[in-house]
Design a protein around this ligand. Structure first.
Ligand code: 9MR
Length: 456
């Protein structure tokens, strides 16, 4: 969902209303008076979202609040690894698809959560390690991001990979033990699979300048300097009874690295300070031009993973709490529209796509690569010649030592040396000039592959 479109829609409604009542109206990005969280955030070019358990979409109190107040959703559990790939290579998207449909029907954007996380790994992955796990996890990223391609505003590509405490280093996990480059490999695979989604790193206990947030800050700075595709950092913000005094400054230092920042899982311990903390977090986001939106981790207090903390904006009966009012006021008082440039592609460390020979009859193919140490994802474009195709075959000779570990939108014969990729049933028939795309993932280096295409 395009937030500028929501913003335009909000402005159009406001202007139409003003004209209808004969008033003159000054458009401003300053103080405004939206009456719902989503509309008020949209007036400032931002989103306001909630984590959703799809099982609750049939509860009318819940869905009424969701549809009225929020213009973004994230699946509380349904897009995680254990839910989407319960058995290796068998993917299940029922819950995720349901949420996407609900969002599309109600004009909401979708955050994707989370492609890789050391928790909620399916049992089969928990028992894996080394190169087998590396391959499985990259395949997971590729398949899931491909399935939801074009439907996700921002993906949490990697969740909670840094250690708590003072080390500022990575958390130990079977993912981490596949090699320190696992995070960048995941981001590259996600970019290749869904180039339109913003790609975020997401973590908790990062609510001020501290050892953990600084470890993440250093990783993001390193990624930006080396062209690893990262667009945003998520600050979960599961908060207690006080807020770090440098909460906003911490958001700002990340934004200054050239990434968007988002508050991704906000909830706050109940008590005297709850409403104040909610207001302060919202103001901090509004004061950082690259803070593009806020998501609360549930709708009503009883929906929250935090049990008796009563940590959300609505009570169990669906009534607005004082915290709600503070958030709404802070959204309406906020100034400025965030700058949301489209995802930035890394400078090409891989060679540019090969230029196919001019196409007359037959077909041509070109390949583009996303590589990391020890592996790559190749995206191949097949272009039909003047006669069109009934089917096609693409041959690719892999460099020695490289092999194909999985393929999508084509069927592979062989895995090393010269590998032949044949169309699948839905992408074989192309009219003149029409393009089909398929991809494969490999181990080793994929540099220097030249595909040749044969049409039938
Ligand atoms: O709210 C989620 C809860 O329903 C799950 O049981 C739990 C499983 O680990 O995950 C909760 O959501 C977590 C989120 O995915 C990542 N950050 C912390 C959230 C709260 O634990």
């Amino acid at each position: 969902m395009n937030h500028r479109r929501l913003l335009r829609a909000a402005v159009t409604i406001a202007v139409t209303g003003a004209l209808a009542t004969g008033m003159t109206m000054v458009l401003t990005t300053g103080a405004s008076a939206g009456t719902t969280l989503g509309a008020s955030a949209a007036e400032k070019g931002r989103y306001f979202g909630a984590a959703v358990a799809t099982g609750k979409l049939s509860t009318s109190v819940y869905t009424t609040i969701l549809n009225r107040e929020f213009n973004s959703v994230v699946a509380e559990n349904e897009m995680k690894w254990d839910a989407t790939e319960p058995q290796q290579g068998r993917f299940s998207y029922t819950g995720g698809d349901r949420l996407v449909s609900h969002a599309q029907a109600n004009g909401m954007s979708v955050r994707g959560h989370a492609l890789l996380w050391h928790q909620q790994e399916p049992g089969w992955a928990q028992g894996m390690s080394g190169s087998a796990l590396r391959s499985a996890m990259i395949n997971h990223v590729t398949q899931v991001a491909t399935h939801f391609r074009g439907k996700i505003y921002a993906w949490d590509v990697v969740n909670e990979a840094f250690a708590d405490g003072g080390s500022g280093g990575r958390r130990d996990s079977n993912l981490q033990r596949t090699g320190n480059d696992w995070i960048e490999a995941a981001f590259r695979a996600a970019r290749a699979a869904d180039p339109g989604a913003k790609l975020c790193y997401n973590d908790y206990n990062t609510d001020g300048v501290n050892a953990k947030s600084t470890g993440i800050y250093n990783m993001v700075r390193d990624f930006k300097s080396r062209g690893v595709p990262i667009d945003c950092v998520g600050f979960q913000s599961h908060l207690g009874t006080s807020l770090a005094s440098d909460y906003q400054a911490n958001l700002q230092r990340f934004a200054d690295l050239g990434v968007d920042v988002q508050i991704t899982e906000l909830d706050v311990m109940t008590g005297g300070n709850q409403a104040n903390i909610y207001g302060a977090v919202t103001r901090a986001c509004m004061n950082v031009s690259r803070c593009t939106g806020i998501t609360v981790w549930g709708v009503r207090d009883c929906d929250s993973w935090r049990g008796s903390d009563n940590a959300l904006l609505f009570d169990c009966n669906g009534n607005k709490k004082a915290a709600y009012t503070n958030v709404l006021n802070a959204l309406n008082a906020g100034t400025g529209t965030p700058t949301t440039p489209p995802p930035t592609s890394p400078p090409p460390t891989d060679p540019p796509p090969t230029t196919p020979p001019p196409t007359t009859g037959g077909c041509s193919a070109s390949v583009s690569l996303n590589s990391w140490t020890g592996g790559f994802v190749a995206t191949v474009k097949v272009t039909a010649g003047s006669a069109g195709t009934n089917g096609w075959n693409v041959s690719v000779t892999l460099p020695s030592g490289a092999s194909v570990t999985n393929t999508w939108s084509a069927t592979a014969s062989g895995s090393s040396g010269t590998v032949r990729f044949a169309n699948v049933d839905y992408n074989g028939r192309l009219t003149a000039g029409q393009v089909a795309e398929f991809g494969f993932q490999g181990t080793g280096s994929g540099t220097g592959m030249t595909p040749t295409c044969t049409a039938s």
